[in-house]
Design a protein around this ligand. Structure first.
Ligand code: FAD
Ligand code: NAD
Length: 467
């Protein structure tokens, strides 16, 4: 299992061969079928090939995207940076992919169906139906369907309106990235990002770095409010403003319409202390995702009412022959309780566990996955582990600096530090702020969490030890 921040990997397309659904006759198909073609799906395949390289020919991956599995994390970061873009220029044979060395040497190829959606699941018959009406059987199934961007009512209406659909979009896939990148030619008209979560924050910073005029409309008083303490969220919002992002706080968007007399500009009506409207050529909606549980619901598999997602145990098992992993899985974490995590490393960790268990092993979810966010243009990069949730009590140690920004005196900057998240007086999570490479702070944070460390027993040295 990955235990530290690694460069996200993309599998080379050469490992796959396209599978022709018209050739399916009778019930026979592949032994291992994986529904969804994202990070968790690929991690499962990789772990299966490590166990038995000859299993490649028994695996079928079905994805509704036209692409082979790729890494989404670059879409809101590296792909907007000219220096790094080259690394990811081709989605199917990126330099990253070509350089990726397999631990296992697959014998044969993994079959893939691209551009088709699995539209129905029958677990009694162990059968899937595809959007082209073909149907196929599995022996073991992995549901790795991820999630779809949420679309509030006014956005759904805008997306359905021929007048606005060109200018309003959600952002999840490589195609979304390409469309947005091509549509941002008119820099002076600007982009408006709605949502101050991970995606909205990263994308606003990335777009500002391309000299795009950018506004970020957030419902709260700062960014990343679901995860970070308030003072940090407000600090980040200030830093965003310093790099040219027009942050509109405590804002509720009430409607979208084409600006009268223009072909290209959309006006968003806003209720906020800062502004009553904002205009832009491209409106990007980043207000979270809904886990894609439709197949599980069809099949009467258990869906988590509280967290969303398909309920699995710590083997990532829904029932003996059905597994779920990644963003879509509500899993049992023996240390921290039932959770659903929407981050890359969790998709890898849980996908690998599911893959192993589909092959008959008994791997449990044990190691805490981590996540990161790189906001490099404002000098912030953080790594997090465990329960990172702003509704919990926090305890933090910071190194502060008060360097002037653009020549003007600045309030304190959080240069490095650690925020501990506390539940029932125990450390359950940590955010490592600009951690030093190779310092081992992530490993030590994991150890504090798994030891259920009580905050009352913490020494000043332990507290500061991760900074
Ligand atoms: P996905 O990657 O969403 O894959 C699911 C796939 O299944 C999709 O291809 C979907 O189209 C397909 N699918 C769904 N239903 C069906 C169906 N019925 N039939 C066929 N196919 C189907 N995490 C981090 O930790 N750090 C980051 O910096 C970071 N950056 C991110 C940047 C962006 C722009 C985005 C969008 C996400 C980022 N994440 C990051 C989150 C991370 O990418 C996700 O947690 C991860 O992709 C989840 O993997 P998954 O396999 O569960 O789902
Ligand atoms: P998110 O869940 O991180 O944040 C959603 C934000 O939208 C929250 O701040 C929420 O308060 C706000 N919001 C919700 N409804 C709203 C509404 N009607 N109007 C305005 N604001 C509203 O989701 P995201 O930022 O959209 O990211 C999408 C997915 O991609 C998530 O799963 C996220 O974890 C993942 N992602 C992760 C990273 C990372 O880990 N570094 C980076 C990018 C994306």
């Amino acid at each position: 299992q990955p235990s530290k921040k690694k460069k996200p990997r993309t599998p080379p397309s050469s490992i796959f061969e396209d599978f022709d659904t018209t050739a399916i006759s009778g019930p026979c198909c592949k032994r291992y079928v994986i529904c969804g073609g994202g990070t968790a799906a690929w991690a499962a395949i990789e772990s299966m090939l490590e166990i038995d390289p000859s299993v490649a020919k028994d695996i079928l991956l079905i994805t509704d995207e036209e692409h082979y599995p790729y890494n989404r994390t670059v879409l809101s970061k590296e792909l907007w940076d000219d220096d790094k873009k080259e690394l990811f220029r081709s989605e199917q044979a990126s330099k990253d992919a070509v350089e990726y060395a397999y631990k296992a040497q697959p014998q044969g190829k993994v079959s893939i169906i691209r551009g088709k959606r699995v539209s129905f699941l029958d677990v009694d018959e162990k059968r899937l139906t595809l959007s082209d009406s073909s149907s196929l059987h599995y022996d073991k199934l992995l549901l790795a369907t991820g999630g779809s961007p949420k679309s509030p009512g006014y956005i759904s209406a805008a997306l359905a309106s021929p007048d606005l659909a060109e200018n309003v979009s959600v952002f999840r896939t490589l195609e979304d990235y390409k469309r947005l990148q091509q549509g941002l030619k008119k820099k002076d008209l600007g982009a408006v990002v709605i949502g101050g979560g991970f995606l909205g924050t990263e994308l606003a910073i990335a777009l500002a770095s391309t000299s795009q005029k950018v506004s970020l409309v957030v419902a709260e008083a700062g960014v990343l409010y679901k995860v970070l303490p308030r003072y940090v969220c407000e600090y980040l919002a200030r830093r965003l403003s310093e790099v040219g992002v027009n942050v509109i706080r405590s804002a509720i968007v009430t409607g979208a319409s084409k600006k009268p007399g223009t072909a290209d500009v959309v006006t968003l009506d806003i209720v906020s202390p800062d502004a009553d409207h904002v205009e832009g050529n491209k409106i990007i909606v980043a207000v979270g995702i809904d886990p894609d549980v439709s197949l599980a619901m069809d099949a009467d598999l258990e869906v988590d009412d509280r967290l969303g997602g398909i309920r699995v145990n710590d083997f990532m098992m829904v029932e003996p022959d059905v597994f779920a992993a990644g963003d879509v899985a509500s899993f049992h974490d023996r240390g921290l309780g039932r959770r659903r995590v929407e981050h890359w490393d969790h998709a890898v960790v849980s996908g690998r566990i599911a893959g192993k268990n589909m092959m008959g092993q008994k791997a449990r979810y044990g190691l805490q996955s981590m996540f990161w966010s790189d906001l490099t243009n404002i000098g912030v990069s953080f790594t997090a582990v465990g329960l990172v949730d702003s509704t919990l009590e926090t305890l933090a140690v910071w190194n502060l600096s008060s360097a002037p920004v653009n020549g003007a005196p600045s309030a304190n900057s959080y240069t490095s530090g650690v925020v501990y998240f506390v539940k029932n007086f125990e450390i359950v999570g940590a955010v490592l702020w600009n951690p030093k490479k190779g310092s081992g702070s992530l490993r030590r944070a994991r150890a504090l969490i798994s030891a259920k460390t009580s905050v009352s027993g913490l020494s000043q040295n332990t507290l500061a030890g991760l900074v």
